[in-house]
Design a protein around this ligand. Sequence first.
Ligand code: FES
Length: 434
Amino acid sequence: MREESAEEQSRMSTPEEPGVTHVWLPFRDTSLYVAMPDGTSRTRALLAGALSQGDVTQDTRYGEPLWRVDAGDLHAVVEALWSTGRPVRIHLDQAPPSARPADPPRMTPVPRREAAFDGTLVVLSRQDVADGVVSMELGTRSGEPMPSWQPGAHIDVVLPTGVTRQYSLCGPLDRAGNTARWRIAVLREPDGRGGSQWIHDHVQEGGELRVRGPRNNFPLRPATRYLFVGGGIGITPLLPMLAEAEAAGAEWSLLYGGRTRASMAFVPELEGYGERVTVRPQDRYGLLDLAGFLGGPAPSTLVYCCGPAGLIDAVEAHCATWPAGALNVERFAAAAGQQSAGTEEEQPIEVELRASGMTLTVPPELSVLNAVGQAGIPVLSSCEEGICGSCETAVLEGEVDHRDSLLTEDERAANDTMLICVSRARGGRLVLDL
Ligand code: FES
């Protein structure tokens, strides 16, 4: 009898789900870049935490996409897999069935976007790096290696006050994404929800922080040229991107703005890059000259921007005519005009949780996330503002009323996923894969 190849073992249909291809992957948290025929690219499929065990996914919208995957041995599997154009059920960190007893069908939902790490870390160092900005290095007491991460990743810091805040990882890492320490920088925000103030006032060197992650909603995609725009504490996710672009031999430059030079973190570190970096404190130079820095659309050029909402809005306006996917932003707060769930004008919606066999009526004052949680279905969440992606949930039926600040226009139009902490339903009904 002919033995199955490793690739054949890793993708097969099962009698319980005719037409669904199953794939068993021995790893998780792999960045996946999909190059589109129009020269743009998109990410999501195998990003850290984007797929959980038991997920079903399908992408037939782009014909015959060319897949590029960081892990070499995954390349062939995924290329073959998606070219089938059929639904795919992902089994992470598992061997194919020929190497183990058959999987029972999934009967209960699993938490989505599992974090690579969920535990307590020690503050190995704490340093003031600008007015109102403190930098901290986190690690294990025993010095064990930390989970790998890629530029753009963030972690959740879960405070004893019940507040969870996201902070970008901004320290150095090697080419494999490894580092013995995770560095974050925290801006004291007097008008915030209290998380940053608590960290500033209570977390000292030698103290502990509860941390989840890392996850990456802001990955650096391959390009020959990058334009980075950072505002204030928005420099943090860009720092490892600069190192990555430099190491890859890409052409890049950074425009970094802030209120005053003293308020801008990591300037001495950035000065090591020489003329690639332009530091423009507002009290000396006024508003950033985005038009002069960004210019017009250019081939193979990607723009990455992180900072205050006003800066991101201005960069988005400037890049409105650039090719789809050329601009990549990360927001710290919901975009202006994005509604949160629970306003008085809302109507109740009906949400069927197909995998759980439940149908919920979600009243106006409740988010879908809260309703699902009250029904006893575990869904990971963090920001509850539609910016972190923790609660992303697959949509099986119904039209989504997207109110997040994370998904791209293409992703919204696809109507196959939603951030249930803020988004609701057009038409009053949704069926979710929960
Ligand atoms: S919890 Fe952050 S996007 Fe929903």
